[in-house]
Design a binder for this molecule. Structure first.
Ligand SMILES: Nc1ncnc2c1ncn2[C@@H]1O[C@H](COP(=O)(O)OP(=O)(O)O)[C@@H](O)[C@H]1O
Ligand SMILES: [Mg+2]
Length: 353
């Protein structure tokens, strides 16, 4: 059902330039290229000239609060939404000009569940394999392999509606890898799962990366999850604010903090007055001070060392990176549940096939 040719035939000159481009991209080990993407919903600019590359084999995280434009970006990269400006290539295939070719190279786990509840685990995978034209023997092999990876082999004949939320997520990951996907997109794959299920999903992703030559692009608004990514892109209000390794982001934009618990209210007031411009957070018994220079801690200790009950030095976090890039904590920016429901409603019905 999926045809490799045909989607580019209408414009031979473009096909020429695109295949040349894709050869360059492949030789440079580029998995995904995004150039100047713009997407508007009416007057709202959901993506504002977003450009970046993801290397083949990379674990790449897109971090941003709800409403940042992550799902919109992923939908464009998965060929189900067209950009207003700019272009994107998946393993060398243009998502607009060569949509079918791009689609064969990517797998996707949507933010919203997209399994058929009335079919069994096996049937969901089988149907996906059929749609993507995976030959029968290979299909059966991949289904067995993937069920094993996500620990659902014992559940293959069960109806999907009897599965837990976490199991459904695992099945969606398995499904995305039944065809020859080289790039796997996961849109908030762990949202709404308990800590154990979240850890499990991440374990599978790491295992899969070792087993297959896979590029992973994961969106999340959980800061703690992006620490394990090779690189992180921080996106807010449709704009890409920074992109680098977690370590480099922290050293460029993050800062260390010192949490201190003054022995009494008088000391607390002294510290507050003396370090006005360093205070980043206050609570009744604790003050958090920004550390810009290692000597600050020595200096603080020499004055207040005997007047604090406890003191903790905290390494720069990605939370502090987001704060210094946007002036807000990532959690302050979360849209209300109602806003999110409305946004999903509008996107309802979109599908890969
Ligand atoms: N189909 C749509 N129609 C109108 N506005 C939309 C639609 N989809 C998303 N939006 C808006 O675009 C912005 C980005 O949304 P989205 O891409 O879902 O962000 P994220 O996935 O980061 O939460 C939000 O302000 C959202 O309300
Ligand atoms: Mg989203």
């Amino acid at each position: 059902m999926v045809h490799e040719e045909g989607d580019v035939k209408s414009n031979p000159s473009q096909q020429q330039s695109i295949s040349t481009h894709s050869e360059v991209a492949q030789s440079a080990g580029i998995g995904v290229e995004v150039q100047g993407l713009v997407k508007r919903y009416g007057t709202l600019v959901a993506l504002d000239h977003v450009s970046f590359n993801v290397k083949a084999g990379e674990l790449f995280a897109l971090l941003g609060p709800n409403g940042a434009g992550k799902t919109t970006l992923l939908h464009i990269l998965c060929t189900i939404l067209s950009p207003d400006e700019g272009r994107a290539l998946i393993a060398g295939a243009d998502v607009v000009q060569q949509a079918l070719r791009a689609r064969r190279r990517l797998g996707v786990v949507f933010q919203e569940p997209s399994l058929d509840d009335r079919l069994t685990v096996y049937e969901n995978l089988e149907f996906h394999g059929l749609v993507y034209g995976v030959p029968a023997a290979l299909r059966r092999k991949r289904i067995d392999e993937m069920l094993h990876v996500v620990e659902l082999s014992d559940w293959r004949e069960r109806l999907v509606r009897t599965l837990s939320v976490g199991m459904k997520r695992r099945l969606e990951i398995a499904r995305a890898l039944i065809h020859d996907s080289r790039v796997l997109f996961l849109d908030e794959p762990t949202v709404g799962l308990d800590a154990q299920s979240r850890a499990r999903i991440w374990r599978y992703l790491h295992d899969l990366r070792q087993q297959r030559d896979l590029t992973l692009i994961v969106t999340t608004h959980y800061i703690e999850e992006v620490e394990q990514a090779d690189r992180v892109a921080i996106i807010d209000q449709g704009k890409l604010l920074a992109i680098d390794t977690p370590l480099a982001l922290k050293s460029a934009h993050g800062h260390e903090v010192l949490e201190v618990s003054p022995i009494n209210a008088e000391v607390r007031a002294h510290i507050l007055a003396e370090y006005q411009n360093k205070i980043v957070k206050t609570s009744e018994d604790q003050l958090t001070l920004k550390v810009e220079d290692g000597r600050f801690i020595e200096h603080f200790l020499s004055i207040y060392g005997s007047q604090v009950r406890a003191m903790t030095r905290i390494e720069p976090s990605l939370e502090s990176v987001f704060l210094s890039l946007t002036g807000r904590a990532i959690r302050d920016q979360e849209a209300s549940a109602r806003e999110r429901t409305l946004a999903f409603g509008k996107q309802g019905g979109e599908h890969t096939r």
